[in-house]
Design a protein. Structure first.
Length: 94
């Protein structure tokens, strides 16, 4: 996870704020959150952590990310395996 944050910083010039979208249902979430914190803190980034139980909570979670003015979002790998990421992309108009 720290490497993902480093890559984001390389891809987004001037990156200062990064969010982490995590599952509140996955027992591995605390490990992912800690790795995200380590990566963001190492680079001096302002971090935001948002946990959701499922796709129905994505709109509110993404609204929170936008309100916090995060410039990038790291998504917990669990979501990459399901439809949730596609629904999140629909919400933000990607």
């Amino acid at each position: 996870m720290p490497k993902q944050v480093e890559l984001l910083q390389e891809m987004v010039p001037g990156l200062q704020r990064v969010a982490f979208l995590a599952s509140s249902e996955d027992v591995a979430t605390p490990r992912f959150v800690e790795q995200f914190r380590v990566g963001a803190d190492k680079l001096g980034l302002v971090r935001q952590e948002v946990q959701v139980a499922g796709a129905a909570e994505f709109p509110a979670a993404l609204d929170a990310v936008v309100r916090a003015r995060s410039q990038a979002v790291v998504v917990q790998p669990l979501f990459v395996l399901g439809n949730a990421v596609l629904r999140a992309a629909d919400v933000v108009g990607a």
